[in-house]
Design a protein around this ligand. Sequence first.
Ligand SMILES: Nc1ncnc2c1ncn2[C@@H]1O[C@H](COP(=O)(O)OP(=O)(O)OP(=O)(O)O)[C@@H](O)[C@H]1O
Length: 607
Amino acid sequence: MANPPKEIKQEEEEKERDAAEEEAGEEKNFEELGLDLRLVHALNKKGIEKPTPIQQVAIPLILEGKDVVARAKTGSGKTFAYILPLLHRLFNESLPKSKLAPAALILVPTRELCQQVYSEVMSLIELCKGQVQLKVVQLTSSMPASDLRAALAGPPDIVISTPGCIPKCLSTGVLQSKSFSDSLKILVLDEADLLLSYGYEDDLKALTGLIPRGCQCLLMSATSSADVEKLKKLILHNPYILTLPEVGDVKDEIIPKNVQQFWISCSERDKLLYILALLKLELVQKIALIFTNTIDMGFRLKLFLEKFGIKSAILNAELPQNSRLHILEEFNAGLFDYLIATDDTQTKEREQTDEGGHVDSKKSKKHARAKLDSEFGVVRGIDFKNVHTVINFEMPQNVAGYVHRIGRTGRAYNTGASVSLVSTDEMEILEEIKSFLGDDENKDSKVIAPFPLLTKNVVESLRYRAEDVAKSVTKVAVRESRAQDLRNEILNSEKLKAHFEVNPRDLDLLKHDKDLSKRPADPHLRDVPDYLLDPTTKEACKMVKLARAAMGNKNSSRRQGARKKFRKSDPLKSFSAEAPKRAHKDGMKREGRNGDDSHKSKKKKSV
Ligand SMILES: Nc1ncnc2c1ncn2[C@@H]1O[C@H](COP(=O)(O)OP(=O)(O)OP(=O)(O)O)[C@@H](O)[C@H]1O
């Protein structure tokens, strides 16, 4: 909608609420917040009993039909804060159904988020055990018109989509602008701080004309930014602004308190050496998500680590969508310990520049976009399960990137840690992040502290091996592995699509952390001789192991179960074109998430 008139703006300011104030009041459970009992029971079955602070404040307001802007830190439960009241409304109100528009439209910046939100909505509906019938579909821009038409037939009650897909549906007539005014009752912009940076401004502007006056608009965001303000003005009417203090003034709490942040100063060249020390000596807790800024660097790191017997999987915008979703499922199920992710839209551009020399013509931009999926987003908003450590192998390009990366750990009420490897060139961004988070030279306790568990001696003792191996991971090797991986994943992707169409709940998964190098890891590199470790490091290893054992015994057995199950059958090996019976058409719903990995802690440390 257009900018609100002045008096509404004033009213808007009066309505600005601090969720902390609400939080200070009486804490209610979901039932007391006024939620439909079917949803309360569904949540209980998921083991969720107490609303998070943002849910405490947002749910009652959304149930009242108010427009809401909710800003709360990463992992604070913003998704349920809008899904629950949205479902409550759809369960209880008889909403007029138009043939060519849904009752609720949820817009998210990436395909990965589409899938995630779809899964959350479906799992709640399924847990209501046939007491409600709602059709939910997810759409992405790459779907052919025939699939879009099939998905939107009915029409669905809830559409979850990236904004780019809506104009396509309108232009092909599978959605109709006129019908929006009769049907659309709720519009959600999730991860609103990212929607504009993913280039959806025009799509969103086109949508504003379709939003009926009575439509409830909700905007969820982890950070506050000029983009969020822009969207707020564009879409919302007279909203309530809910801001958790962490996103407001108290900057050192933007990252959840339960995440310890560390950094290590090292040269660009020594980064491989340092990460080897961290992972091989198990000085950081598994499961770890490792970020690089370019896809090539991701492969270089994977190839380097695998020479030392450390397995990892790769996730980036180049991979086909089915593979990406599948890798995320596997990682969340605890099937491997390390995921190397290349994130950021800016990165894509930079990588294109690196590869193509320069990106100045429209043509080259177009070409590059076709290669990398512009709707890919791994960092932003994805609810990684049980990621204990986030490692910035390369620093993100800006503060928001850092906040979103680190936000992949310490989700809900879990603990987590982050370690950033910072080269001289990256000191500037580290300083920016530190100052944004309120770190002060004069303060004793730092928000981002130097990593305490790695001694110079130990690093030096690994240097010879690391440098030797690093030399063997040549540009050609990286390029070949990247191409090979892409070829494999394209093949896998088709098979996965077929497999999950008929086995939507299957967790017998294809393995994504296989070695890429043709030569197996050298046995002598698998073991770290004891004499290389100094007493401080030995003590640190012991501490980390103890902490892991204390954290994760119950999770580890579930995870072992998942791994065992996987070993039994890989769908691509046992794949059959014959479908036993068809299941969900409109999405892949799978189960099984989980945990930590203490079962490996007894294993001999090997390099
Ligand atoms: N009331 C609750 N109690 C316990 N866990 C919860 C509760 N609400 C949500 N969660 C869990 O917390 C995790 C994080 O929630 P969610 O993904 O909604 O966070 P978010 O605020 O959207 O984060 P981001 O900004 O990174 O997207 C999820 O695994 C979710 O299932």
